[in-house]
Design a protein around this ligand. Structure first.
Ligand code: COA
Length: 132
């Protein structure tokens, strides 16, 4: 499905594979994009066996480079459950700053327990000032 979609305009979705062996271990995408606002929201997921090795930070850094330097987005948003420290660190390390918390905003179907959602974002000007 991902391969089929990849030819379509406005689909920003990448597989994450190991450099050695071409093994699929995760994915990263601009899950919502608004052309007029020049804004996108990032989402990602990775196989648990590969957590904590810096891989998602590497992937998000490259996706941000692509979004700002090649597509020309004005801002990229990210959101994560407040208790998702790993995701929080990935975004923080890539320059997405804290912009607020939506209290009890999301009820995961798996647990049914409402959680706070943290909003983060990075502007094009932040990217070129801080990352480059
Ligand atoms: C979130 C996720 C993508 C992180 O990927 P990853 O490749 O492990 O991320 P990285 O290794 O690049 O960075 C993770 C950072 O979080 C830190 N971290 C992870 N869990 C932590 C914890 N419980 N307490 C403190 N720090 C923690 C790591 O130490 C690392 O930070 P550091 O480099 O400063 O040491 C991965 O855990 C995942 O796929 N989770 C399930 C799906 C998900 O949560 N998706 C995001 C939804 S918003």
């Amino acid at each position: 499905m991902w391969e089929r979609e990849s030819g379509e305009p406005h689909i920003y979705h990448w597989a994450i594979v190991l450099k050695e062996g071409n093994v699929l271990i995760g994915d990263i995408a601009v899950v919502r994009a608004d052309d007029f606002q020049e804004r996108g929201t990032i989402g990602y997921c990775m196989c648990k066996a590969w957590w904590g090795k810096g891989i998602m930070t590497e992937a998000l850094s490259e996706v941000l480079r692509y979004c700002f330097e090649e597509v020309g987005f004005f801002r990229i948003d990210g959101e994560h459950a407040a208790e998702n420290i790993g995701s929080s660190r990935v975004m923080e390390k890539c320059g997405l700053v804290y912009e607020g918390t939506r209290r009890k905003f999301f009820r995961p179907p798996t647990t049914g327990v409402r959680v706070d959602i943290v909003e983060r974002g990075i502007l094009r000007e932040d990217y070129f000032k801080n990352i480059k």
